[in-house]
Design a protein around this ligand. Structure first.
Ligand SMILES: Nc1ncnc2c1ncn2[C@@H]1O[C@H](COP(=O)(O)OP(=O)(O)OP(=O)(O)O)[C@@H](O)[C@H]1O
Length: 458
């Protein structure tokens, strides 16, 4: 029928053929160059450009037609190109690589350094933040105080026969998405149930997650063997500091702790005044259970973090007016739980209604929006999603993720959390060094405190 969209299978085949043609032509150019032949190289390069152009046009058509398999195909083509052009390379490739570890090649290094320079300009320099640079190896006491030794975990399930490990929430997510996309026999009730599970996935407890995996009969994706019950796995890489092996350390899973433990000195450096912000760019390490999604989930990556210290009783922000009129997609808890979609919302309105907890949090959400859109992220594929109550990290009082829609779906790219004074309190208690700020009143105030004396029992 004239004008009908090609089937997904046809698109997949056409794209695969195009990709093979591009790869074959690239190989021809390489061997001509390697043989030192001058003649024919230009023609071969020209042919490569034509093949690559045809592949790109086919991709656009495929993505325009919205096919899931076409998306997969498009991603594979982009990945092949980026790897061929050395934007990134699987680390230790000649030894067959290690999952979740990647090197950046020359163009990748250039992109990374441009993004970091822009980040420094947009946040650190424009806001007069105090930048620090702390070690990656961190003694255990710091991460015990912060709660990471006890709680920095993901839920894992194991193939009961081979022992292969999987992230439990990812298996449940894949199962529900797969059913919704491919099972044409699903009743409306079952489809609604899978959608609900996807909406509250990050909120499920260990027991609830285990019960759903059992109820749906989810098995190990590679072998179809039964799975163990989910249990927490700590994501930190452990090491020892010094030759005795007695001093336990960890590779930092975030850069923020370096800022918190330096709070006292930074506060003095800032003239003992609040608010102020400190920033750090550096490597973070997470022993992800089963890294996938290419560069999106890796075991070592660069984090750029800011900690903004503010009076807990006055979280207003003098520059909030600069971002108050921004309007973008926001996805608060209520919309997620009722199965609705993200809505275009004015930042001022979200703060006024209390959807976003306070002006300072709102200000940083606005600044992150400006950063990402100035980097070139499409506004219609960017949303700010509020964490569900159980999803929040152990330290957070309110948390919003900037998520970008890509070929893997909506992916968290920035986390913006009100951590309250959790970390400063925890480090004060553990170290015995008070990490506190003082407020000087313009006029003295008289306050009466009634202390209750414990009754002595005779
Ligand atoms: N393994 C990883 N590889 C690459 N980037 C990561 C990884 N883990 C986290 N990030 C990035 O670091 C940012 C801050 O990390 P954060 O601690 O908020 O992640 P998270 O909520 O623990 O991630 P998730 O729940 O998806 O594992 C995230 O917004 C994400 O962009």
């Amino acid at each position: 029928m004239a004008g009908a969209a090609p089937s997904e299978e046809a698109l997949r085949r056409a794209l695969a053929e195009r990709q093979t043609a591009v790869d074959a032509q690239a190989e021809a150019v390489r061997s001509l160059k390697a043989s030192g032949a001058k003649e024919g190289v230009d023609a071969a390069v020209e042919a490569l450009k034509i093949e690559a152009g045809a592949a790109a046009r086919r991709l656009q058509a495929a993505v325009g037609s919205g096919g899931g398999a076409a998306r997969e195909e498009m991603r594979q083509t982009v990945v092949n190109t980026l790897e061929r052009k050395l934007f990134y390379i699987p680390s230790f490739k000649i030894y067959r690589g290690v999952a979740g570890l990647y090197d950046y090649g020359p163009p990748g290094c250039a992109v990374k350094s441009n993004v970091l320079a822009f980040w420094r300009q947009h946040f650190v320099l424009e806001e007069n933040m105090l930048e620090v640079d702390c070690p990656c190896v961190t003694p255990e006491v710091v991460l015990k105080a912060s709660g990471h030794v006890e709680k920095f975990t993901d839920l894992m399930v194991k193939d009961e026969k081979t022992g292969t490990c999987y992230r439990a929430d990812h298996l449940l997510k894949d199962f529900c998405k797969d059913k919704l996309e491919k099972d044409l026999t699903l009743s409306p009730e079952t489809a609604a149930e899978f959608k609900r599970v996807l909406a509250v996935l990050d909120d499920l407890s260990t027991e609830e997650l285990g019960a759903k995996i059992k109820e749906y009969g989810i098995v190990a994706p590679d072998t179809k063997n039964p799975l163990s019950a989910p249990y927490p796995f700590n994501l930190m890489f452990q090491t020892s500091i010094g030759p005795t092996g007695l001093s336990v350390g960890y590779m930092r899973p975030e850069t923020a702790q370096g800022i918190f433990v330096n709070f006292k000195d930074l506060y003095y450096y800032n003239g003992q005044k609040l608010p102020f912000a400190a920033a750090q760019i550096g490597q973070a390490f997470r022993n992800e259970i089963s890294p996938r999604q290419g560069l999106l989930r890796v075991r070592e990556f660069t984090l750029a973090e800011i900690e903004h210290f503010v009076d807990p009783e006055d979280k207003s922000h003098p520059k909030f007016v600069d971002v108050a009129d921004l309007e973008f997609l926001m996805f608060p808890r209520e919309l997620q739980l009722s199965g609705e979609s993200a809505k275009l919302t004015k930042l001022a309105e979200a703060v006024l209604k209390g959807t976003v907890n306070n002006e300072t949090l709102g200000y940083f959400i606005g600044r992150v929006y400006l950063f990402l859109t100035r980097l070139g992220i499409d506004k219609s594929r960017l949303r700010f999603r509020q964490h569900l109550p159980n999803e929040m990290a152990h330290y957070a009082a309110d948390c919003w993720d900037a998520e970008i829609e890509c070929s893997y779906g909506w992916i968290e790219c920035v986390g913006i959390a009100d951590r309250s004074a959790y970390d400063l309190k925890a480090h004060s208690e553990k170290s015995g060094v008070p990490l506190v700020a003082h407020e000087k009143f313009s006029k003295p105030r008289e306050v009466e405190n009634f202390l209750s004396c414990p009754q002595r029992k005779t």
